[in-house]
Design a protein around this ligand. Structure first.
Ligand code: WTA
Length: 593
């Protein structure tokens, strides 16, 4: 029997049956789905339960599956439709054109001596060449390392050197929200001798073209991506080529119930995992048109998304709660003036979606006709792990059910995964369980995610470590030490609240605040900004000198019952923190001074 991917995630009884089987017989479930992949050599098994290996013996290539096979079958179908900052900035790249661009970039990389297993940095905005660059790496077996174009020179340099990247693919500048974003000033600051390949005028590059594909096996790596964890340094995540491809494409097909003529628009960025899994690899693998946008949703007017959906006849739209909340503030007319009737499915990712945003998304954007796929997952999981069943009777803001083959559990309020799945990153230790760091509760048979339990802040869907903020703040001469915690924000979901202890100094508070803002901007990037700063004489610490951040989080959030008071060796610091928090300085006001 053919697997009916449209009803598998839409009908509760069918879901339950497939789910139970997929947990008991994972090899059987995944064997169904490896058929979507074009193999050079088929694997011996989808999942070998004894060795816990995925796709062992299989040989294929991710780029071949996403580009070549569609360029052969449907050469003129648009693979990528790009919109830029101005409304008439539009480019359409067919599958055959995409193959040309990918081949050209792959040939340039080869001519520069890049071989299988070499790491290639990509520091580019959302332009078709950025996606082609990722695919070109996959084609020759190089490992791509995308660095979000909003990161600073220092963040770029750290990632390139710690991953030992051999070259950097980039362009000089791009426009967003009517302003020019200059990337070249950042890569010019790099103190390393890394070779820079500027893809701005690709047509002018003279290079001998080579069509060669480097076939990948199940052990080969596809990419490295840095994310934030609880330490001061970004966390390196590595994903394998073939098992990762199997996972993202299967989740995409089943959860969104894709159809051949779907036009798909995801507003994320290749700098994040969503831009890898669900802008680049999953839609192109199935030969769908992926719409990308490098502008700002509110420039020149707050209807850019809705206009693009109307013009391109988008049927699946995938965005983040922070974007929904910021667009919800505008008059409904911005949405209602556009014909969005071809939308079939709406997706949300990156942070918990609140009820009011959910309702607005469902009613105003989806016209009560589109299920909201609130998808929970992480850089580490490769693809979607939890999503609600596709129905118009969903519970608002409840993530839903685990994907087939994934055994979730909630232990001490934390969501964990108890078995192996093909999308798990290679860098995760092969412990028995995979800890997510997210709090969760059951709501009937559904899982509801409450948010991070560790020292990670989610600002506008951007995952940032409090320790990264602290490192940047502590670099300022006047600062002795600091502790950064998350507080809620109406639009961004969360924002950073910094408790700062100063050395004896004579500098004025506005000057110190400006230095704090500048330092986080230079070391991490403009997305990392502490909105609140509270100056304290001391921080609450344990007897062994560890800052008690949970307690500071309670104080910053104005909670009555403080946790972990018993572990504090200097209780006076709690009182200081309370007073300072009530008088915290709101930095955006400060910037206007
Ligand atoms: C959060 C992004 C609630 C969560 C794909 C997770 C979510 C972190 C959701 C991973 C959701 C992502 N509901 N929270 N639907 N999706 N998160 O690695 O805290 O950038 O651990 O991956 O985002 O962020 P990352």
């Amino acid at each position: 029997m053919l697997f009916d991917h449209e009803s598998a995630w839409a009908d509760e009884q069918i879901y339950n049956k497939i789910y139970e089987n997929s947990i008991k017989f994972p090899n059987e479930f995944w064997t169904h789905h490896i058929k979507d992949i074009s193999w050079q050599k088929e694997p011996d098994s989808a999942f070998d339960e004894i060795s816990e290996k995925w796709l062992s013996g299989g040989i294929s290539n991710v780029c071949y599956n996403c580009v070549d096979r569609h360029a052969l079958k449907n050469p003129n179908k648009p693979a990528i439709i790009w919109y830029g900052d101005e409304e008439n900035d539009r480019r359409e790249i067919s599958f055959s054109k995409l193959l040309d661009i990918v081949t050209k970039i792959a040939s340039i990389l080869k001519s520069r001596g890049i071989k299988k297993g070499d790491v290639v940095g990509i520091y580019m905005p959302m332009v078709p060449e950025a996606i082609a660059a990722m695919l070109a790496c996959a084609r020759i077996g190089a490992i791509h390392l995308v660095i979000f174009a909003g990161f600073s020179a220092e963040a770029l340099a750290y990632r390139l050197s710690s991953a030992n990247a051999k070259v950097l693919l980039t362009i000089n500048a791009f426009k967003r929200g009517g302003k020019e974003v200059n990337l070249s000033k950042n890569f010019d600051l790099l103190k390393s001798d890394i070779k820079i390949i500027n893809l701005e005028n690709l047509e002018n590059y003279k290079v001998e073209l080579t069509n060669e594909i480097n076939w990948q096996n199940s052990e080969d790596d596809l990419f490295i991506l840095y994310t934030s964890g609880s330490s001061g340094n970004p966390k390196k995540i590595v994903h394998s080529a073939l098992p990762y491809m199997l996972y993202v494409t299967t989740t995409f097909k089943i959860i969104f119930g894709i159809k051949e003529d779907d036009v798909y628009f995801c507003t994320s960025d290749i700098g994040w995992i969503t831009g890898h899994s669900y802008i680049t690899y999953a839609p192109l693998f199935y030969g769908l048109t992926t719409v990308i946008f490098s502008g700002s949703p509110t420039y020149p007017t707050a209807d850019r998304y809705w206009k693009i959906i109307e013009q391109e006849k988008v049927s699946i739209f995938y965005t983040a709660p922070t974007a929904i909340r910021s667009l919800q503030m505008f008059n409904k007319k911005f949405v209602k003036d556009h014909d969005l009737s071809l939308l079939r499915i709406l997706g949300s990712v990156g942070e918990p979606i609140n009820k009011s945003a959910w309702k607005w998304y469902f009613e105003t954007v989806g016209n009560k006709k589109c299920p909201i796929m609130d998808t929970w997952w992480q850089t580490e999981t490769g693809g979607i792990v939890i999503a609600p069943l596709r129905s118009l009777h969903q519970k608002p803001a409840v993530a839903g059910r685990p994907f087939f083959g994934i055994k979730t559990n909630i232990i001490y309020s934390e969501l964990i995964i108890e078995n192996k799945w093909p999308g798990i990153c290679k860098t995760s230790k092969s412990h028995e369980v995979f800890k997510t760091g997210d709090g969760a509760i059951y709501d009937g048979n559904d899982i509801k995610i409450s948010g991070r339990m560790d020292d990670v802040i989610n600002i506008s869907g951007h995952r940032l470590g409090t320790a990264e903020f602290e490192c940047a703040i502590n670099k300022i001469n006047e600062v002795k030490e600091s502790a950064v915690v998350a507080v809620p924000d109406e639009i961004k979901g969360q924002t950073a609240f910094a408790f700062v202890v100063l050395n004896d100094n004579k500098n004025s508070i506005p000057d110190i605040i400006k230095k704090i803002i500048k330092s986080t901007r230079n070391i991490i990037g403009p997305i990392a900004k502490a909105d609140f700063v509270a100056f304290v004489p001391d921080l609450p610490k344990t007897r062994s000198g560890k800052i008690v951040r949970h307690l500071l989080r309670d104080v910053a959030n104005n909670r009555k019952n403080l946790s972990e008071i018993h572990s504090v060796a200097n209780p006076k610091a709690i009182e200081f923190a309370k007073i300072a928090a009530s008088q915290a300085i709101f930095c955006p006001d400060m910037c206007r001074l």
